[in-house]
Design a protein around this ligand. Structure first.
Ligand code: GLA
Length: 378
């Protein structure tokens, strides 16, 4: 449906069919939050929800970018590719810029975008656009770029062009994930492992609750968390929090705030490794316990949760979820809960009722199925 929408909109813009259509999915991080920029571990999987880009080359060295969802079109030449330019089109233009900066030849193109990844929900809607665009431009220009390098280039677009100081989690997930698997990524060595995530075979579901809370100060808070981690590294004399081996002695040497931030990152890294062990053993109660511990750590030590995500987690747990946690950058967005299939309806009802009683808007819920990474659709 999204594909056809992109093709139709492309025809409306150019009067012709696109050379191809490419998708970049959103993601859910199963566990490992705010570990990526600390050289740590993450364990995301890709969602079926994706950004979709229909595209063809142009011969005049210009890029025409259209958002179907916003009903807006912009046209840029090479001189218009300026890092820091605000607007939705920066997620596409940033990818053109990042590829050119890295020395790749990128012809002009018409690119038509549509996406069903909810915006600002912590499901990585921006990386979805970047990775769909990157995959399209790689194919159209016949570029030879290894998958992990594609993820790194999409991150350059996000960091240097859009201006968000994020880690590699989102772009790696959108680029590298495979259906029915989670992606283990060591953000220092960039070693990856595809981890089978067939929860439905065990009679389980991953229920996503989008609280629809969107925090307007999220960028400043994210940068503040990064700054605390960098400050702690300086105080401890380590290159990254990944290098903290003796947590207790590190905590004793840090001011109270840095100590809590470091405790989250170091224990979260361990929870990712423990989750790998739990998944290998098919021990879902243990996976659930680790997810819930991750949430408590984000709430109490990293202080990136807020009322609605805490309520969704508590209600899901009270109604029988094996585990639950917020996913993504924080301050709202989505919670994922590991639940027995026969408990899904009951938990959804309980969360809806809890939100209504608390005077919160109705949450959106869906079941997440681990899906394929960025790819050509047509
Ligand atoms: C956002 C960032 C990621 C990562 C997460 C937190 O999604 O884009 O790089 O830091 O927050 O885990």
């Amino acid at each position: 449906m999204l594909t056809q929408q992109a093709i139709d909109a492309f025809a409306g813009l150019t009067g012709a069919a696109p050379e191809g259509v490419w998708a970049g999915p959103g993601r859910i991080n199963l566990i490992g939050e705010h570990t990526d920029y600390n050289d740590g571990y993450v364990l995301p999987f890709a969602l079926p929800q994706a950004a979709c880009v229909a595209a063809s080359r142009r011969t005049d060295g210009r890029w025409r970018l259209r958002s179907v969802d916003l009903d807006e079109t912009v046209e840029l030449g090479a001189d218009d590719l300026v890092p820091g330019t605000p607007g939705w089109h920066s997620y596409l233009a940033g990818v053109v810029w990042a590829l050119r900066q890295a020395g790749h030849r990128v012809d002009g193109a018409d690119l038509v975008l549509t996406s069903d990844v909810p915006l600002g929900a912590g499901l990585s809607s921006s990386a979805a656009i970047e990775c769909a665009t990157l995959t399209a431009l790689v194919d159209l220009n016949d570029l030879q770029i290894a998958p992990i390098d594609r993820a790194k280039l999409a991150r350059v677009a996000e960091n240097a062009y859009v201006g968000a100081p994020t880690g590699l989690l989102d772009q790696a997930a959108s680029t590298l994930c495979k259906a029915d698997h989670a992606l283990f990524l060591d953000c220092r060595t960039l070693e990856t492992e595809q981890v089978p995530l067939a929860v439905t075979d065990a009679g389980l579901e991953i229920l996503v609750v989008d609280t629809r809370t969107r925090h307007s100060h999220v960028d400043g808070e994210y940068a503040a968390r990064r700054a605390s981690c960098e400050n702690a590294c300086q105080l401890l004399g380590v290159p990254a929090l990944r290098d903290v081996t003796d947590l207790d002695s590190a905590l004793a040497r840090l001011p109270e705030l840095e100590a809590r931030r470091v405790r989250h990152v170091v224990t979260e890294n361990q929870r990712v490794l423990d989750s790998m062990t739990a998944l290998a053993a098919g021990d879902y109660p243990e996976l659930g316990r680790l997810m819930t511990a991750s949430h408590a750590s984000m709430r109490d030590d990293y202080e990136i949760t807020e009322t609605s995500v805490d309520l969704a987690v508590e209600t899901a747990l009270d109604s029988g979820a094996l585990g639950a946690r917020m996913t993504g950058g924080g301050f709202g967005g989505c919670v994922l809960a590991l639940v027995r299939a026969d408990r899904v309806d009951g938990i959804v009802t309980a969360v809806r009722e809890a939100f209504a009683s608390a005077g919160l808007g109705e949450p959106v819920t869906f079941l997440a199925r681990p899906s394929a990474g960025a790819r050509r659709l047509v």
